[in-house]
Design a protein around this ligand. Structure first.
Ligand SMILES: [Ca+2]
Length: 567
Protein backbone atom coordinates (compact mmCIF):
# COMPACT_ATOMS: atom_id res chain seq x y z
CA UNK A 1 0.00 0.00 0.00
CA UNK A 2 2.78 2.40 0.91
CA UNK A 3 4.51 1.59 -2.37
CA UNK A 4 1.42 2.67 -4.24
CA UNK A 5 1.27 5.89 -2.26
CA UNK A 6 4.92 6.68 -2.91
CA UNK A 7 4.45 5.98 -6.61
CA UNK A 8 1.39 8.18 -6.57
CA UNK A 9 3.28 11.00 -4.90
CA UNK A 10 6.15 10.67 -7.32
CA UNK A 11 3.93 10.81 -10.39
CA UNK A 12 1.89 13.63 -8.89
CA UNK A 13 5.03 15.61 -8.23
CA UNK A 14 6.38 14.88 -11.68
CA UNK A 15 3.17 16.16 -13.19
CA UNK A 16 3.36 19.31 -11.12
CA UNK A 17 6.99 19.89 -12.07
CA UNK A 18 5.80 20.09 -15.66
CA UNK A 19 3.42 22.74 -14.41
CA UNK A 20 6.22 24.42 -12.51
CA UNK A 21 4.04 24.21 -9.45
CA UNK A 22 5.17 21.33 -7.30
CA UNK A 23 4.75 22.00 -3.58
CA UNK A 24 5.04 25.74 -3.88
CA UNK A 25 1.60 26.59 -2.65
CA UNK A 26 0.82 28.02 -6.06
CA UNK A 27 -0.74 31.13 -4.61
CA UNK A 28 0.12 33.32 -7.55
CA UNK A 29 -0.95 31.00 -10.35
CA UNK A 30 -3.84 32.80 -11.98
CA UNK A 31 -3.50 31.88 -15.63
CA UNK A 32 -5.13 28.78 -17.03
CA UNK A 33 -2.61 25.96 -16.80
CA UNK A 34 -1.30 24.56 -20.05
CA UNK A 35 -2.55 21.16 -21.13
CA UNK A 36 0.33 20.22 -23.30
CA UNK A 37 1.67 17.44 -21.13
CA UNK A 38 -0.03 14.12 -20.55
CA UNK A 39 1.86 13.37 -17.37
CA UNK A 40 -0.70 15.18 -15.25
CA UNK A 41 -3.27 12.53 -16.00
CA UNK A 42 -1.54 10.34 -13.43
CA UNK A 43 -2.57 12.76 -10.71
CA UNK A 44 -5.64 11.37 -9.00
CA UNK A 45 -9.07 12.81 -9.59
CA UNK A 46 -11.09 13.60 -6.50
CA UNK A 47 -14.84 13.01 -6.28
CA UNK A 48 -16.66 14.27 -3.19
CA UNK A 49 -20.26 13.14 -2.72
CA UNK A 50 -22.30 14.62 0.12
CA UNK A 51 -25.83 13.69 1.20
CA UNK A 52 -27.97 16.20 3.09
CA UNK A 53 -29.44 15.25 6.49
CA UNK A 54 -28.82 11.55 5.83
CA UNK A 55 -28.80 9.56 9.08
CA UNK A 56 -26.02 7.30 10.29
CA UNK A 57 -28.21 4.26 9.64
CA UNK A 58 -29.81 5.36 6.36
CA UNK A 59 -27.74 3.35 3.86
CA UNK A 60 -27.26 -0.40 3.57
CA UNK A 61 -23.54 -0.24 4.34
CA UNK A 62 -24.55 1.21 7.73
CA UNK A 63 -27.48 -1.09 8.49
CA UNK A 64 -30.39 0.33 6.50
CA UNK A 65 -33.20 -1.61 4.84
CA UNK A 66 -33.29 1.06 2.08
CA UNK A 67 -31.87 -0.27 -1.20
CA UNK A 68 -28.49 1.39 -1.71
CA UNK A 69 -26.53 -1.14 -3.77
CA UNK A 70 -24.17 1.43 -5.25
CA UNK A 71 -23.05 2.85 -1.90
CA UNK A 72 -22.83 -0.65 -0.45
CA UNK A 73 -20.54 -1.64 -3.33
CA UNK A 74 -18.51 1.52 -2.80
CA UNK A 75 -17.98 0.44 0.82
CA UNK A 76 -16.94 -3.08 -0.28
CA UNK A 77 -14.50 -1.71 -2.87
CA UNK A 78 -13.31 0.98 -0.48
CA UNK A 79 -13.50 1.43 3.27
CA UNK A 80 -15.98 2.61 5.86
CA UNK A 81 -14.86 5.31 8.25
CA UNK A 82 -16.80 4.24 11.30
CA UNK A 83 -15.95 7.13 13.64
CA UNK A 84 -16.37 10.06 11.29
CA UNK A 85 -17.87 13.33 12.53
CA UNK A 86 -19.39 16.41 10.94
CA UNK A 87 -20.72 19.62 12.43
CA UNK A 88 -24.38 19.44 13.44
CA UNK A 89 -25.95 21.38 10.54
CA UNK A 90 -25.50 22.13 6.87
CA UNK A 91 -23.47 25.31 6.38
CA UNK A 92 -21.06 24.95 9.35
CA UNK A 93 -20.22 21.44 8.09
CA UNK A 94 -19.80 22.68 4.51
CA UNK A 95 -17.57 25.55 5.64
CA UNK A 96 -15.32 23.08 7.49
CA UNK A 97 -15.45 20.71 4.54
CA UNK A 98 -14.39 23.30 1.98
CA UNK A 99 -11.55 24.86 3.97
CA UNK A 100 -10.17 22.62 6.74
CA UNK A 101 -10.45 25.70 8.98
CA UNK A 102 -12.74 25.94 12.01
CA UNK A 103 -16.19 27.34 11.27
CA UNK A 104 -15.78 30.09 13.91
CA UNK A 105 -12.91 31.46 11.85
CA UNK A 106 -14.20 30.87 8.32
CA UNK A 107 -17.51 32.72 8.75
CA UNK A 108 -19.98 30.03 9.80
CA UNK A 109 -19.69 30.40 13.59
CA UNK A 110 -23.39 29.83 13.27
CA UNK A 111 -25.76 29.34 10.32
CA UNK A 112 -26.73 32.55 8.51
CA UNK A 113 -30.36 31.72 9.32
CA UNK A 114 -29.58 31.64 13.05
CA UNK A 115 -27.49 34.79 13.48
CA UNK A 116 -28.54 36.88 16.49
CA UNK A 117 -27.86 40.49 17.50
CA UNK A 118 -24.92 39.52 19.71
CA UNK A 119 -23.15 38.11 16.63
CA UNK A 120 -23.24 41.50 14.84
CA UNK A 121 -19.78 42.44 13.62
CA UNK A 122 -18.09 39.48 15.30
CA UNK A 123 -15.36 38.07 13.02
CA UNK A 124 -16.15 34.50 12.04
CA UNK A 125 -19.88 34.99 12.40
CA UNK A 126 -20.54 36.56 9.01
CA UNK A 127 -22.95 33.80 7.92
CA UNK A 128 -20.99 33.22 4.70
CA UNK A 129 -17.54 31.89 3.81
CA UNK A 130 -15.33 34.89 4.52
CA UNK A 131 -12.16 36.08 2.79
CA UNK A 132 -9.87 34.96 5.59
CA UNK A 133 -9.82 31.41 4.24
CA UNK A 134 -8.92 29.83 0.92
CA UNK A 135 -10.90 26.82 -0.26
CA UNK A 136 -9.35 23.52 -1.22
CA UNK A 137 -11.06 23.93 -4.59
CA UNK A 138 -9.19 27.18 -5.21
CA UNK A 139 -5.83 25.59 -4.40
CA UNK A 140 -6.58 22.56 -6.56
CA UNK A 141 -7.63 24.85 -9.40
CA UNK A 142 -4.43 26.84 -9.02
CA UNK A 143 -2.52 23.57 -9.28
CA UNK A 144 -4.18 22.66 -12.57
CA UNK A 145 -7.22 20.67 -11.50
CA UNK A 146 -10.56 21.18 -13.16
CA UNK A 147 -12.99 22.04 -10.37
CA UNK A 148 -16.72 21.40 -10.56
CA UNK A 149 -19.52 21.84 -8.03
CA UNK A 150 -23.10 20.73 -8.45
CA UNK A 151 -25.73 20.88 -5.69
CA UNK A 152 -25.87 22.61 -2.36
CA UNK A 153 -23.48 25.47 -1.62
CA UNK A 154 -25.19 27.34 1.27
CA UNK A 155 -22.06 29.41 1.98
CA UNK A 156 -23.08 32.79 0.56
CA UNK A 157 -26.01 34.27 -1.35
CA UNK A 158 -24.61 37.21 -3.29
CA UNK A 159 -22.68 36.97 -6.59
CA UNK A 160 -19.36 37.78 -4.95
CA UNK A 161 -19.87 34.78 -2.67
CA UNK A 162 -20.98 32.23 -5.26
CA UNK A 163 -18.97 28.99 -5.51
CA UNK A 164 -17.63 30.29 -8.84
CA UNK A 165 -15.82 32.95 -6.77
CA UNK A 166 -14.37 30.34 -4.43
CA UNK A 167 -12.45 28.10 -6.78
CA UNK A 168 -15.06 26.22 -8.79
CA UNK A 169 -14.79 26.72 -12.56
CA UNK A 170 -18.12 25.05 -13.39
CA UNK A 171 -21.07 25.31 -11.02
CA UNK A 172 -24.71 24.32 -10.84
CA UNK A 173 -25.60 25.28 -7.31
CA UNK A 174 -28.39 25.74 -4.82
CA UNK A 175 -27.42 28.74 -2.73
CA UNK A 176 -29.99 28.17 0.01
CA UNK A 177 -30.50 25.44 2.57
CA UNK A 178 -33.51 23.75 1.01
CA UNK A 179 -35.03 23.42 -2.45
CA UNK A 180 -38.20 22.22 -4.08
CA UNK A 181 -36.67 19.04 -5.44
CA UNK A 182 -38.75 19.19 -8.62
CA UNK A 183 -38.66 22.93 -9.26
CA UNK A 184 -35.44 24.16 -7.73
CA UNK A 185 -33.89 27.53 -8.42
CA UNK A 186 -30.19 27.31 -9.06
CA UNK A 187 -27.16 29.29 -10.12
CA UNK A 188 -25.52 27.83 -13.22
CA UNK A 189 -22.08 29.31 -13.80
CA UNK A 190 -23.17 32.56 -12.18
CA UNK A 191 -26.62 32.85 -13.79
CA UNK A 192 -29.96 32.27 -12.06
CA UNK A 193 -31.98 29.48 -13.65
CA UNK A 194 -35.00 27.30 -12.91
CA UNK A 195 -34.10 23.63 -12.61
CA UNK A 196 -35.86 21.29 -14.99
CA UNK A 197 -35.88 17.89 -13.32
CA UNK A 198 -35.48 16.18 -9.96
CA UNK A 199 -32.68 17.69 -7.85
CA UNK A 200 -30.39 14.67 -7.48
CA UNK A 201 -30.81 13.68 -11.14
CA UNK A 202 -30.01 17.22 -12.27
CA UNK A 203 -26.93 17.62 -10.08
CA UNK A 204 -25.59 14.31 -11.37
CA UNK A 205 -26.38 15.18 -15.02
CA UNK A 206 -24.54 18.46 -14.66
CA UNK A 207 -21.48 16.93 -13.03
CA UNK A 208 -21.33 14.21 -15.69
CA UNK A 209 -21.56 16.90 -18.36
CA UNK A 210 -18.72 18.90 -16.80
CA UNK A 211 -16.41 15.91 -16.34
CA UNK A 212 -17.03 14.66 -19.87
CA UNK A 213 -16.49 18.10 -21.37
CA UNK A 214 -12.84 18.23 -20.31
CA UNK A 215 -11.91 14.59 -20.16
CA UNK A 216 -8.79 13.73 -22.09
CA UNK A 217 -7.14 17.13 -21.82
CA UNK A 218 -4.52 15.78 -19.46
CA UNK A 219 -5.81 17.52 -16.35
CA UNK A 220 -7.37 15.78 -13.35
CA UNK A 221 -10.62 16.98 -11.81
CA UNK A 222 -12.05 17.73 -8.41
CA UNK A 223 -15.82 17.18 -8.57
CA UNK A 224 -18.18 17.98 -5.70
CA UNK A 225 -21.61 16.34 -6.01
CA UNK A 226 -23.53 17.90 -3.15
CA UNK A 227 -27.03 16.43 -3.04
CA UNK A 228 -29.91 18.29 -1.39
CA UNK A 229 -31.57 14.93 -0.68
CA UNK A 230 -32.90 13.61 1.58
CA UNK A 231 -33.35 17.07 3.14
CA UNK A 232 -36.96 18.29 3.50
CA UNK A 233 -39.38 18.91 1.87
CA UNK A 234 -40.02 15.20 1.37
CA UNK A 235 -40.33 14.79 -2.40
CA UNK A 236 -39.38 11.92 -4.68
CA UNK A 237 -40.30 10.25 -7.97
CA UNK A 238 -43.73 8.60 -7.54
CA UNK A 239 -42.75 5.12 -8.72
CA UNK A 240 -39.96 4.98 -6.16
CA UNK A 241 -42.29 6.05 -3.34
CA UNK A 242 -44.64 3.22 -4.27
CA UNK A 243 -41.73 0.77 -4.11
CA UNK A 244 -41.34 1.54 -0.40
CA UNK A 245 -44.97 1.92 0.73
CA UNK A 246 -45.12 -1.61 2.14
CA UNK A 247 -41.69 -1.56 3.70
CA UNK A 248 -42.63 0.56 6.69
CA UNK A 249 -46.06 -0.77 7.66
CA UNK A 250 -44.61 -2.24 10.87
CA UNK A 251 -43.57 1.20 12.06
CA UNK A 252 -40.59 2.96 13.57
CA UNK A 253 -39.71 0.59 16.40
CA UNK A 254 -39.45 -2.46 14.15
CA UNK A 255 -37.48 -0.56 11.51
CA UNK A 256 -35.08 0.89 14.05
CA UNK A 257 -34.57 -2.47 15.75
CA UNK A 258 -33.79 -4.02 12.35
CA UNK A 259 -31.14 -1.41 11.64
CA UNK A 260 -29.64 -1.86 15.10
CA UNK A 261 -29.38 -5.64 14.70
CA UNK A 262 -27.69 -5.29 11.32
CA UNK A 263 -25.21 -2.76 12.74
CA UNK A 264 -24.48 -5.23 15.51
CA UNK A 265 -23.90 -8.05 12.98
CA UNK A 266 -21.51 -5.71 11.15
CA UNK A 267 -19.63 -5.06 14.40
CA UNK A 268 -20.47 -1.35 14.35
CA UNK A 269 -22.05 -1.40 17.82
CA UNK A 270 -20.86 -3.31 20.91
CA UNK A 271 -22.18 -6.88 20.98
CA UNK A 272 -23.67 -6.46 24.45
CA UNK A 273 -25.36 -3.12 23.81
CA UNK A 274 -29.12 -2.83 24.10
CA UNK A 275 -31.10 -0.44 21.91
CA UNK A 276 -31.85 2.76 23.85
CA UNK A 277 -35.60 3.40 24.29
CA UNK A 278 -37.81 5.25 21.87
CA UNK A 279 -37.89 9.03 22.47
CA UNK A 280 -40.74 9.68 24.87
CA UNK A 281 -42.57 12.17 22.66
CA UNK A 282 -42.94 9.53 19.93
CA UNK A 283 -46.10 7.43 20.34
CA UNK A 284 -46.20 3.66 20.25
CA UNK A 285 -46.91 2.59 16.66
CA UNK A 286 -49.72 0.34 17.83
CA UNK A 287 -51.45 3.32 19.38
CA UNK A 288 -51.83 5.13 16.05
CA UNK A 289 -55.06 4.99 14.07
CA UNK A 290 -55.05 3.30 10.66
CA UNK A 291 -55.10 6.68 8.94
CA UNK A 292 -52.19 7.97 11.05
CA UNK A 293 -50.16 4.88 10.20
CA UNK A 294 -50.93 5.33 6.54
CA UNK A 295 -49.63 8.91 6.67
CA UNK A 296 -46.52 7.98 8.67
CA UNK A 297 -45.74 5.04 6.40
CA UNK A 298 -45.93 7.23 3.35
CA UNK A 299 -43.60 9.84 4.89
CA UNK A 300 -40.93 7.23 5.47
CA UNK A 301 -41.48 5.72 2.02
CA UNK A 302 -40.73 9.14 0.50
CA UNK A 303 -37.57 9.49 2.59
CA UNK A 304 -36.46 6.01 1.49
CA UNK A 305 -37.23 6.86 -2.14
CA UNK A 306 -35.05 9.98 -1.89
CA UNK A 307 -32.16 7.89 -0.55
CA UNK A 308 -32.73 5.16 -3.16
CA UNK A 309 -32.68 7.75 -5.97
CA UNK A 310 -29.53 9.34 -4.53
CA UNK A 311 -27.88 5.93 -4.56
CA UNK A 312 -28.83 5.38 -8.20
CA UNK A 313 -27.24 8.71 -9.04
CA UNK A 314 -24.07 7.75 -7.16
CA UNK A 315 -24.04 4.69 -9.43
CA UNK A 316 -24.32 6.91 -12.51
CA UNK A 317 -21.28 8.98 -11.56
CA UNK A 318 -19.26 5.87 -10.64
CA UNK A 319 -20.23 4.30 -13.97
CA UNK A 320 -18.93 7.40 -15.72
CA UNK A 321 -15.55 7.00 -13.98
CA UNK A 322 -15.49 3.39 -15.15
CA UNK A 323 -16.41 4.30 -18.72
CA UNK A 324 -13.74 6.99 -18.83
CA UNK A 325 -11.15 4.61 -17.38
CA UNK A 326 -10.72 6.83 -14.30
CA UNK A 327 -11.98 4.54 -11.51
CA UNK A 328 -8.52 3.33 -10.55
CA UNK A 329 -7.17 6.86 -10.41
CA UNK A 330 -9.91 8.58 -8.42
CA UNK A 331 -10.35 9.11 -4.71
CA UNK A 332 -14.09 8.94 -3.99
CA UNK A 333 -15.41 10.21 -0.65
CA UNK A 334 -19.05 9.85 0.35
CA UNK A 335 -20.48 11.37 3.53
CA UNK A 336 -23.56 12.94 5.09
CA UNK A 337 -23.37 16.55 6.27
CA UNK A 338 -25.14 16.07 9.62
CA UNK A 339 -27.67 13.83 11.37
CA UNK A 340 -31.36 13.30 10.70
CA UNK A 341 -33.82 16.18 10.93
CA UNK A 342 -36.64 15.50 13.43
CA UNK A 343 -38.30 18.91 13.29
CA UNK A 344 -41.80 18.85 11.86
CA UNK A 345 -42.25 22.51 10.99
CA UNK A 346 -45.74 22.03 9.51
CA UNK A 347 -47.47 24.07 12.18
CA UNK A 348 -44.93 26.87 12.57
CA UNK A 349 -46.48 30.15 11.33
CA UNK A 350 -43.42 31.04 9.27
CA UNK A 351 -43.54 27.74 7.42
CA UNK A 352 -47.32 27.86 6.99
CA UNK A 353 -46.95 31.26 5.34
CA UNK A 354 -44.12 30.06 3.12
CA UNK A 355 -46.06 26.99 2.07
CA UNK A 356 -49.03 29.11 1.13
CA UNK A 357 -46.87 31.58 -0.77
CA UNK A 358 -45.31 28.75 -2.79
CA UNK A 359 -48.69 27.12 -3.47
CA UNK A 360 -47.68 23.95 -1.66
CA UNK A 361 -49.66 21.80 0.74
CA UNK A 362 -49.47 18.98 3.26
CA UNK A 363 -52.30 16.77 1.96
CA UNK A 364 -51.90 13.00 2.00
CA UNK A 365 -52.74 12.75 -1.70
CA UNK A 366 -50.00 15.17 -2.78
CA UNK A 367 -47.36 13.91 -0.36
CA UNK A 368 -44.06 13.42 -2.16
CA UNK A 369 -45.03 15.35 -5.30
CA UNK A 370 -43.84 18.76 -6.42
CA UNK A 371 -46.85 20.28 -4.58
CA UNK A 372 -45.93 18.76 -1.25
CA UNK A 373 -44.30 20.41 1.75
CA UNK A 374 -43.96 17.83 4.51
CA UNK A 375 -41.37 16.61 7.02
CA UNK A 376 -40.87 13.08 8.33
CA UNK A 377 -40.70 14.05 11.99
CA UNK A 378 -39.25 12.72 15.21
CA UNK A 379 -40.27 9.05 15.03
CA UNK A 380 -38.53 8.38 11.73
CA UNK A 381 -35.61 10.68 12.51
CA UNK A 382 -34.82 8.43 15.46
CA UNK A 383 -34.82 5.47 13.08
CA UNK A 384 -32.09 7.26 11.10
CA UNK A 385 -30.07 7.92 14.26
CA UNK A 386 -30.60 4.25 15.26
CA UNK A 387 -28.86 3.80 18.66
CA UNK A 388 -27.49 7.32 18.81
CA UNK A 389 -28.75 10.08 21.05
CA UNK A 390 -30.56 13.05 19.51
CA UNK A 391 -30.28 14.36 15.93
CA UNK A 392 -29.45 17.38 13.77
CA UNK A 393 -28.50 20.69 15.44
CA UNK A 394 -27.08 18.99 18.55
CA UNK A 395 -23.52 17.72 19.12
CA UNK A 396 -24.91 14.44 20.43
CA UNK A 397 -23.94 11.37 18.41
CA UNK A 398 -27.19 11.53 16.45
CA UNK A 399 -26.35 15.04 15.29
CA UNK A 400 -22.80 14.55 14.06
CA UNK A 401 -21.68 10.91 13.85
CA UNK A 402 -22.00 10.43 10.09
CA UNK A 403 -21.73 7.57 7.64
CA UNK A 404 -18.55 7.99 5.58
CA UNK A 405 -17.08 5.83 2.84
CA UNK A 406 -13.90 6.32 0.83
CA UNK A 407 -12.63 4.41 -2.19
CA UNK A 408 -9.09 4.82 -3.45
CA UNK A 409 -7.84 1.78 -5.39
CA UNK A 410 -4.31 0.76 -4.47
CA UNK A 411 -4.35 2.91 -1.34
CA UNK A 412 -7.36 1.81 0.71
CA UNK A 413 -7.79 -1.90 1.44
CA UNK A 414 -11.16 -2.99 0.01
CA UNK A 415 -13.73 -3.80 2.67
CA UNK A 416 -11.72 -2.27 5.50
CA UNK A 417 -13.24 -0.50 8.48
CA UNK A 418 -11.22 2.48 9.66
CA UNK A 419 -12.35 3.09 13.22
CA UNK A 420 -10.10 5.91 14.39
CA UNK A 421 -11.60 9.36 14.94
CA UNK A 422 -11.70 11.62 11.90
CA UNK A 423 -13.89 14.55 10.98
CA UNK A 424 -15.05 16.82 8.21
CA UNK A 425 -12.26 19.31 8.97
CA UNK A 426 -9.80 16.66 7.73
CA UNK A 427 -11.26 16.37 4.23
CA UNK A 428 -9.65 19.39 2.54
CA UNK A 429 -6.21 18.53 4.01
CA UNK A 430 -6.69 15.01 2.63
CA UNK A 431 -7.61 16.24 -0.85
CA UNK A 432 -4.64 18.60 -0.95
CA UNK A 433 -2.34 15.80 0.19
CA UNK A 434 -3.68 13.44 -2.46
CA UNK A 435 -3.03 16.10 -5.12
CA UNK A 436 0.34 16.95 -3.53
CA UNK A 437 -0.69 20.58 -3.15
CA UNK A 438 0.50 22.52 -0.14
CA UNK A 439 -1.77 24.89 1.73
CA UNK A 440 -0.16 28.33 1.65
CA UNK A 441 -0.46 28.77 5.43
CA UNK A 442 -1.25 32.33 6.44
CA UNK A 443 -1.05 34.24 3.14
CA UNK A 444 -2.93 33.66 -0.10
CA UNK A 445 -2.29 36.12 -2.91
CA UNK A 446 -2.74 39.56 -1.33
CA UNK A 447 -4.65 38.56 1.78
CA UNK A 448 -4.04 37.00 5.15
CA UNK A 449 -5.72 33.68 5.75
CA UNK A 450 -6.02 31.09 8.46
CA UNK A 451 -4.00 27.89 8.27
CA UNK A 452 -5.91 24.62 8.32
CA UNK A 453 -6.54 22.86 11.60
CA UNK A 454 -7.53 19.54 9.99
CA UNK A 455 -5.13 16.71 9.19
CA UNK A 456 -4.67 14.64 6.07
CA UNK A 457 -6.25 11.19 6.25
CA UNK A 458 -4.10 9.90 3.38
CA UNK A 459 -1.42 8.27 5.60
CA UNK A 460 -4.24 6.56 7.53
CA UNK A 461 -5.85 5.38 4.30
CA UNK A 462 -2.62 3.74 3.19
CA UNK A 463 -1.76 2.25 6.58
CA UNK A 464 -4.36 1.86 9.32
CA UNK A 465 -1.64 2.22 11.97
CA UNK A 466 -1.13 5.85 10.96
CA UNK A 467 -4.13 7.10 12.94
CA UNK A 468 -4.91 10.78 12.34
CA UNK A 469 -5.53 11.46 16.04
CA UNK A 470 -3.88 9.62 18.90
CA UNK A 471 -5.52 8.81 22.24
CA UNK A 472 -4.29 12.10 23.71
CA UNK A 473 -5.19 14.30 20.72
CA UNK A 474 -8.38 16.27 21.42
CA UNK A 475 -10.71 17.64 18.72
CA UNK A 476 -13.47 20.11 19.64
CA UNK A 477 -16.53 21.71 18.07
CA UNK A 478 -19.08 24.32 19.18
CA UNK A 479 -22.44 25.40 17.88
CA UNK A 480 -25.42 27.31 19.38
CA UNK A 481 -23.63 27.34 22.74
CA UNK A 482 -23.47 23.53 22.80
CA UNK A 483 -19.90 22.31 23.30
CA UNK A 484 -18.18 19.02 22.53
CA UNK A 485 -14.68 17.59 22.61
CA UNK A 486 -13.44 14.14 21.55
CA UNK A 487 -10.22 12.40 22.63
CA UNK A 488 -9.50 8.72 22.03
CA UNK A 489 -12.64 6.84 23.05
CA UNK A 490 -13.83 9.76 25.17
CA UNK A 491 -16.37 12.43 24.48
CA UNK A 492 -17.19 15.33 26.79
CA UNK A 493 -20.29 17.27 25.84
CA UNK A 494 -22.17 20.21 27.31
CA UNK A 495 -25.72 20.90 26.11
CA UNK A 496 -27.80 23.97 26.92
CA UNK A 497 -31.40 23.84 28.04
CA UNK A 498 -33.83 22.30 27.30
CA UNK A 499 -31.45 19.43 26.52
CA UNK A 500 -29.39 19.70 29.68
CA UNK A 501 -28.27 22.25 32.28
CA UNK A 502 -25.05 23.37 30.56
CA UNK A 503 -22.99 20.91 32.58
CA UNK A 504 -20.24 18.72 31.15
CA UNK A 505 -21.06 15.04 30.64
CA UNK A 506 -18.47 12.40 29.85
CA UNK A 507 -18.97 9.26 27.78
CA UNK A 508 -16.79 6.38 26.66
CA UNK A 509 -17.97 5.89 23.08
CA UNK A 510 -16.26 2.51 22.66
CA UNK A 511 -18.47 1.06 25.38
CA UNK A 512 -21.40 3.47 25.21
CA UNK A 513 -22.02 4.92 21.73
CA UNK A 514 -25.59 5.77 22.79
CA UNK A 515 -24.35 8.25 25.44
CA UNK A 516 -26.42 6.58 28.14
CA UNK A 517 -23.95 6.53 31.03
CA UNK A 518 -22.38 9.80 32.21
CA UNK A 519 -18.92 9.11 33.68
CA UNK A 520 -18.18 12.71 34.70
CA UNK A 521 -18.03 11.78 38.40
CA UNK A 522 -15.98 8.62 37.77
CA UNK A 523 -13.26 10.34 35.75
CA UNK A 524 -12.89 13.87 37.17
CA UNK A 525 -9.24 14.35 36.14
CA UNK A 526 -9.87 13.23 32.59
CA UNK A 527 -12.88 15.53 32.38
CA UNK A 528 -10.81 18.46 33.64
CA UNK A 529 -8.20 17.75 30.97
CA UNK A 530 -10.89 17.74 28.28
CA UNK A 531 -12.54 20.93 29.55
CA UNK A 532 -9.18 22.71 29.56
CA UNK A 533 -8.53 21.52 26.01
CA UNK A 534 -11.98 22.73 24.98
CA UNK A 535 -11.29 26.17 26.48
CA UNK A 536 -8.05 26.39 24.48
CA UNK A 537 -9.94 25.46 21.30
CA UNK A 538 -12.60 28.05 22.08
CA UNK A 539 -10.07 30.81 22.61
CA UNK A 540 -7.91 29.91 19.60
CA UNK A 541 -10.89 29.81 17.27
CA UNK A 542 -12.81 32.88 18.47
CA UNK A 543 -15.88 31.07 19.77
CA UNK A 544 -18.46 33.47 21.19
CA UNK A 545 -20.21 32.17 24.28
CA UNK A 546 -23.97 32.38 24.09
CA UNK A 547 -25.32 34.87 26.65
CA UNK A 548 -27.56 33.20 29.24
CA UNK A 549 -30.60 35.19 28.08
CA UNK A 550 -30.33 34.00 24.45
CA UNK A 551 -33.17 31.59 23.69
CA UNK A 552 -32.01 28.00 23.38
CA UNK A 553 -31.60 26.45 19.96
CA UNK A 554 -32.71 24.14 18.48
CA UNK A 555 -36.38 23.93 19.34
CA UNK A 556 -37.38 20.70 20.99
CA UNK A 557 -39.13 18.49 18.47
CA UNK A 558 -42.37 16.70 19.29
CA UNK A 559 -44.46 14.19 17.39
CA UNK A 560 -46.39 16.04 14.64
CA UNK A 561 -44.89 19.42 15.49
CA UNK A 562 -42.17 21.19 17.35
CA UNK A 563 -42.75 22.10 20.98
CA UNK A 564 -42.57 25.86 20.47
CA UNK A 565 -44.87 28.81 20.04
CA UNK A 566 -43.81 31.40 17.53
CA UNK A 567 -45.28 34.91 17.52
CA1 LIG B 1 -27.80 19.06 6.19
Amino acid sequence: MCDRMQLLRWTVCLGLVFFGACSTGNENVEEEPSNTTTTQSTRPNILLIVADDLGYGDIGAFGSEIDTPELDALARDGARFTRFYTQVSCSPTRALLMTGVDNHLNGLGTMAEDLLPHHDGVPGYEGYLNDRVVTGAQLLKDAGYHTYLTGKWHLGLTPDKYPSQRGFERTYASLVGNVNHFNGRYIEDGKKINGDGYSSDLFTDKLIEAIESNHGDGRPFFGALLFTAPHWPLQAPTALIEKYLNRYVDGWDVTRQGRFERLKEMGLVPADMGLPPRIEEVPDWSGLTDKERQIETKKMAIHAAMVDNLDTNVGRILDLLETLGESENTLVVFMSDNGTDPYDRSQRPMYVARRSELGLNTSFEDMGTDKSYVFYGLGWAQVGSVHHRHYKFLPSEGGMHAPMIARFPGVLTPGDDLDSFASVVDITPTFLDVANVEHPGTQYRDREIYPMRGRSLLPYMSDSLNVPYGDDDPVAFEIYGHKVIFMGPWKAVQLRQPWDESVWRLYNLNLDPGEQQDLAYDEPELLTTLIEAYERFSEENGVVDEPADVPPFPYKPGHLGDLITEP
